[in-house]
Design a protein around this ligand. Sequence first.
Ligand code: NAG
Ligand code: NAG
Ligand code: NAG
Ligand code: NAG
Length: 580
Amino acid sequence: MPIIRNVAAAAMAAVSLVKATEVSLPPCLDPFQPFVYSGCFAEASNSRILPYHSQVKTEGMTVEKCVAECKGNGYRYAGLVYYGACYCGQTVQGAHAEESKCSLPCDGDKTETCGGDGHFSIYQDPTFQPVEDVTISDYDHLGCWTDDSSLGRALTYQQRQLDDSSMTTETCLEACKAGGFPFAGTQYGGECFCGVVIGNGTRAAPASECDMACKGNSSQSCGGRSRLNLYAADELLSLEPCGYVPPVVSSSAAPEPTSTSAAPLTTTCTTSTSSIASTTAPPTRTRSASTTSTTRTTSSVCTTTTVIPPACEYKCGKWCSNPLPNWNGATDCKSAYSKCALQVASCFREAGFPEVLECFNFGAWCSDIDKYCRSTPSGNKSSFCGRNPPQHPNPPKSVTSTITVPCASTSVRPTTSTTTTTPTQVPIPTPTNICKQPSNIWYGYGPDKPVAGIELPIVTCNDLADQFPSYPWKLYNSPNSRNCKKYTRPQCSDACADACKEQYEDCIDVYAESCRSNKLKLKFRSYFEFSQASGMEKRTFGWDDNYNGAVNKCKAQYSDCLAVNKNINISGKCPAFGKY
Ligand SMILES: *[C@@H]1O[C@H](CO)[C@@H](O)[C@H](O)[C@H]1NC(C)=O
Ligand SMILES: *[C@@H]1O[C@H](CO)[C@@H](O)[C@H](O)[C@H]1NC(C)=O
Ligand SMILES: *[C@@H]1O[C@H](CO)[C@@H](O)[C@H](O)[C@H]1NC(C)=O
Ligand SMILES: *[C@@H]1O[C@H](CO)[C@@H](O)[C@H](O)[C@H]1NC(C)=O
């Protein structure tokens, strides 16, 4: 789960083995598993024990403060030296020393020890896997990425000890692995960089820009000018990064699949996902739920406040999402996720090129909700903050209208009630498609990797009570369930054929269209990879298609899709309203 985090001040620190362009992230303020004391270590004469020097001053330093610094910055080790200078790193470059060498009190707490002269008190984050369990094959190639941002390097630590003239991908990965770094990158034919985070400003670039062969193996690519071939090993990231909340085990709930560990949901939220209240705009009609609360004033009149949430929460081009309900607790969270996932297809259908590429961001936002539901079962919508939060130039406002009404004579205390105008709607618990995504070894698509990451639109049980008896199936291709296409029981295969057709049209309109020029390809790729790179998904895809090649791929997927969905086995599916 590579994280792209905001990078603040960049400072230079000269280290003999590695050059550090330090990027400071805030200390971890959330609760986390305490670091374990690992001993007193002597600094070698030619290198620093830990490369990252915290910007926080020695004055007032405590073990807890330093450990929070290192946790917040994603490092495995924290080290304190000489009354509390704080360092972090992935490995400890120094020899174990006698405990008596670490005897200086911390400046901020005299009862704690903060190393000695040239000796570090080292603490270790226990939520990392041992480096020995990781091999270089655990690094996934993430493609070609830029390294030319004024905000700092893509990866902080250059491996200058390696010989440029014999550089290969393996040499670099070995060095980064040995250093415990989850990220690695080869650049300029012979340079190797490692890091714990990817610098802000690093963007996906066309493969053609990583045009330099490795000096040690000319059949491998080692980046280019200001371009690097980026690799990531999730295995070297903390299993519980800052912000991780351990799942609460509920006795009643069915066990959740644990194929993915909880994702760090610590990316920056530039736009609040909560609605913005306005008292000036008139109330508008909306199908969404509204909240009404009545407050008794001291006199015999009461005021009623109605808050109507915005009709458009996430906007991509011409498309607008139907806002997700607030949630409190795991069940509601899952239905919010479901509501989100069922809208992805409509985004691809309606947004319009090129803004349609933002639908990848919407899809990533939805999958973050799924991860959030699992990692934070007691969470709520206002504290959720995923990748790519909703952003648009004119965020719609929720509307608050206050009217004064006579109090109900029997009412003694304020009452709060929530009314929904569509009470006959049931949430889809898990948005599982009845139709099958086809596979094809030649073209490379399959169940987890449709062409260009554009999923088959979901066909599943109808979520509206009035429609269900006659039309048990629905193709979720509109943000508003009532506008989605619905099907009678025998028409299930027709629904799948329609889904295949929509996927095909999206494939042409989004992917093939993006293959018309290198510039568009880059744009497509940066959206696609950004939405993938920071998540757990590991999809790879051929990026060398031209327009005709892309069209052929889309066509092949379409005909395979029709074939595998010809006779869908519907026995036992959607047997009654609300049953899945
Ligand atoms: C990167 O930093 C810039 C400037 O500080 C900021 O505007 C931008 O939102 C950041 N981007 C990410 C992805 O954090
Ligand atoms: C050079 O790289 C290619 C492609 O990765 C690999 O198949 C080959 O074994 C490498 N050659 C050497 C000498 O390592
Ligand atoms: C959501 O959760 C946060 C953190 O637990 C809490 O501070 C906040 O009051 C909650 N909001 C609602 C609306 O429940
Ligand atoms: C259809 O699915 C049901 C339940 O999953 C199974 O029992 C049945 O054998 C299947 N029928 C065919 C023809 O595959």
